[in-house]
Design a protein around this ligand. Structure first.
Ligand code: GLN
Length: 537
């Protein structure tokens, strides 16, 4: 069993997760089984209780774990299926240690960060290795070297590497080489200092992935190599990508990162065949067609809040050989200026998941606009609830129809809390979470797209369609195309009299990959493309 540890230096947001995932891609394409794992030094037990403004998207796994969005990259870039074992936070580590202490498991000892906390962290690496039986476990340490809360994790991986021996563990450090405009040059000092910091705690990185906006010339590489004590070839340039994050594995391959990893870990495997990835990039860079999609949300100014949604849209583009320009629209803009104006020029409208009241009316107007103008609409979770409210108010004439999440006293609670949620008082990890089966009705668009009658999709919600209204809706052409196997929960809806108006209570975006675009996104982008062909001038 081999281990790769990926740390980050200088600043956050360097794309460490993407780098770890891309190394995973390269190794997988060399025939190795990889497992990817993220350690997050914050004290929350999971990111489920954090606002998207703090943390970006919460990525949900099949087993219902609410995890860091980097796990989304891991699933999109490799074929590994992740579970709650793949994301460890300080909160979970301390929870486990404190439970052990209360259970008397430390036999009278003083409980300390070293060894008890660090052992707990190491156990998690071993547990993942044992359960996945992977050839290589890649562990990414969140945060930046120098963070106080990251220290126990760094100490744990240092000890771990010591234990497994030199050719079984490898340290990769992702660092930043900034371009200083006034000097007109790239600067290596922050990288030198970040590596010095790591070496101070006993970790000597063997590969340095240098994030930079400009090419990393030979003299700079020599300088970094000398000051940071790594071979010249191990100073790797990872420039900002031109088109797509899916270029990163190819970029790292050009820099021979996978060769170096295999050499360092004594892995004797053939070179990877990256032609499927090259084809993905071709479709992204030079598509046959183009469409513009409006995503109407609430955390629009945040790059990371709808990560999987944006990725899944681009996969839908790949499936249709269609370049997708995503127009990110603040729902409140629609409230101010009207859907007509704000949505002019888009060929499809997507309303993603969300919580809280802000922007809800704008989203309802967006759904109305899409329904009335026969514009393709895809609703995800909250987006399905929005479609339901809109239809209730504007087609069925249910005045004041709403979700009890936003209007507890609505005369028409068309969306109401799940029965199973009524007694829930704790906020953390208590929603309806993870993969649940859904049965699709014969003859529906959903069943046609999936080419299946039973699908498993990931959930994260507390509210649902109120069955008291089912008959009324059905009679008016609101089709319940997907239900839970017991028939009680509405999972997918679509409109009979519309080219593409479809919404799901689940989150299909979590299961889409560039090489396996999700059927609903494929259908949505396909419909938007059709619309561009037939749109009246
Ligand atoms: N707020 C809604 C609910 O809890 C929708 C959740 C979501 O979009 N993920 O049901």
């Amino acid at each position: 069993m081999k281990y790769i540890f990926v740390t980050g230096g200088v600043i956050s947001s360097l794309g460490k997760g993407l780098t770890a995932a891309s190394i995973g891609t390269l190794l997988e394409n060399r025939g190795l089984k990889v497992a990817l794992q993220k350690f997050d030094p914050y004290l929350n037990v999971d990111p489920g209780t954090m606002s998207p403004f703090q943390h970006g998207e919460v990525y949900v796994l099949d087993d219902g774990a609410e995890t860091d969005l980097d796990l989304g990259h891991y699933e999109r870039f490799t074929h590994t299926k992740l579970t709650r074992l793949n994301n460890l936070t300080s909160g979970q580590v301390y929870q486990a240690v404190l439970n052990n202490e209360r259970d008397g498991k430390y036999l009278g000892k003083t409980v300390q960060v070293i060894p008890h906390v660090t052992d707990e962290i190491q156990n998690r690496i071993k547990l993942l290795a044992e359960t996945t039986k992977a050839d290589v476990v890649i562990t990414e340490i969140g945060g930046t070297t120098g963070d106080i809360e990251g220290l126990p994790f760094l100490e744990a991986i240092r000890e771990f590497a010591q234990d497994v021996g030199p050719h079984n563990a490898l340290f990769v450090h992702v660092t930043y080489v900034p371009f200083i405009k006034a000097a007109g040059e790239l600067k290596t000092k922050p990288t030198q200092q970040s590596v010095a910091k790591l070496r101070e705690i006993g970790i000597a990185p063997q590969i340095l992935i240098c994030r930079c906006e400009r090419p990393l010339e030979k003299e700079l590489r020599l300088k970094i190599s000398m000051f940071c004590n790594v071979p010249f070839e191990a100073v790797v340039e990872e420039k900002d990508v031109d088109h797509s994050i899916y270029e990163v594995p190819l970029m790292l391959q050009r820099e021979r990162v996978d060769d170096q990893v295999c050499r360092a870990l004594h892995l004797d495997v053939p070179a990877p065949d990256m032609s499927p990835w090259q084809e993905i990039i071709r479709k992204l860079i030079a598509p046959q067609h183009r469409v513009r999609i409006g995503v109407v949300g609430k955390y629009i100014e945040l790059q990371d809040a709808y990560k999987s949604v944006y990725e899944a849209i681009s996969h839908g583009g790949i499936a249709n050989d269609c370049g997708v320009a995503i127009e990110k629209i603040e729902a409140e803009e629609i409230e101010k200026h009207g859907a007509d104006k704000v949505l002019a020029g888009v060929s499809g409208v997507l309303v993603p998941g969300g919580f809280g009241e802000r922007g809800i009316e704008g989203k309802i107007q967006a759904a109305q606009f899409a329904r009335e103008r026969k514009l393709p609409y895809l609703g995800l979770c909250l987006g399905m609830q929005i479609a339901t409210i809109e239809f209730g108010r504007n087609v069925l004439g249910l005045k004041g129809a709403h979700s009890t999440e936003f209007e507890p006293n609505t005369p028409h609670p068309v969306i109401a809390m799940l029965d199973s949620q009524l007694k829930v008082t704790k906020k953390g990890g208590t929603m309806r979470l993870g993969a649940q089966p859904c049965q699709l009705a014969v003859g529906t668009k959903a069943a046609r797209l999936y080419g299946a009658f039973v699908v498993n999709e990931r959930h994260r919600h507390r509210f649902e369609f109120n069955n008291a209204y089912r008959e009324k809706y059905q009679k008016a052409g609101f089709v319940f195309s997907g239900l839970s196997p017991d028939g009680k929960l509405v999972e997918v809806i679509e409109l009979a009299d519309h080219p593409f108006f479809l919404a799901s209570q689940f989150h299909p975006e979590f299961l889409s990959k560039p090489h396996q675009p999700h059927p609903l996104f494929r259908g949505f982008i396909g419909a938007a493309h059709q619309r561009t062909l037939h749109r009246p001038a």
